[in-house]
Design a protein around this ligand. Structure first.
Ligand SMILES: Cc1cc2nc3c(=O)[nH]c(=O)nc-3n(C[C@H](O)[C@H](O)[C@H](O)COP(=O)(O)O)c2cc1C
Length: 171
């Protein structure tokens, strides 16, 4: 790939503000979690709602999800940027086990860690995955959703954390 095209791609995508999630998994492969911006809704109308996440193949989280066959996608609240940094390995003690010691969790319906204070948490059963270049595209069937009173989701765009500002009347 031409380096210039890669740089243009990264700059273009940095302008696409996305919400930030921490994907967690627990089970026979162990407990892991990582910060992602690639969480996407796939369908609300199948047998279950479904969503997808793109996880780097070198992150232990991807392999653990494939073995644990379940995960939780925690949509972060706008005050949780420190949690985002923690699960992105940006803190000094960024080991996966230490990440969980620094935050509060409750087990969800599938036993997957729900992050206390998250805007929303989706307990997911692993459905399918595909390795594309460097990332596993993981699809999960949502079996339960936990909603907190904190509706404002944390955003990441132009290489900084942000919050959404309302521009028009809600419909
Ligand atoms: C805002 C933000 C969004 C990110 N989105 C993703 C993502 O969608 N997929 C991914 O594999 N890593 C993503 N990362 C990087 C991971 O959080 C992590 O830093 C990297 O995978 C190192 O993984 P490890 O410390 O779990 O081994 C993101 C990091 C940040 C700060």
């Amino acid at each position: 790939m031409k380096p210039e095209l890669r740089m243009q791609f990264l700059e273009a995508m940095s302008r696409a503000a996305t919400f930030v999630a921490v994907v967690t998994t627990d089970g026979e492969a162990g407990r892991f979690g990582v910060t992602i911006s690639s969480l996407t809704s796939v369908s609300a109308d199948g047998d279950h709602p479904s969503l997808l996440a793109c996880l780097h193949h070198q992150s232990p989280v991807a392999g653990a999800i494939l073995r644990n066959r379940a995960f939780c996608a925690n949509l972060l609240h706008e005050d949780q940027h420190d949690v985002s940094d923690l699960f992105a390995g940006r803190m000094a003690d960024g080991q996966h086990s230490a990440r969980f010691d620094r935050t509060s969790w409750t087990p969800g319906e599938l036993g997957q860690p729900n992050l206390v204070g998250a805007t929303a948490s989706f307990q997911c059963r692993f459905a399918t995955s595909m390795l594309w270049e460097t990332h596993h595209i993981v699809v999960g069937n949502v079996v339960s959703v936990e909603l907190s009173d904190n509706a404002g989701a944390l955003l990441y765009g132009q290489r900084a954390y942000r919050r959404a500002v309302q521009l028009s009347a809600a419909k």
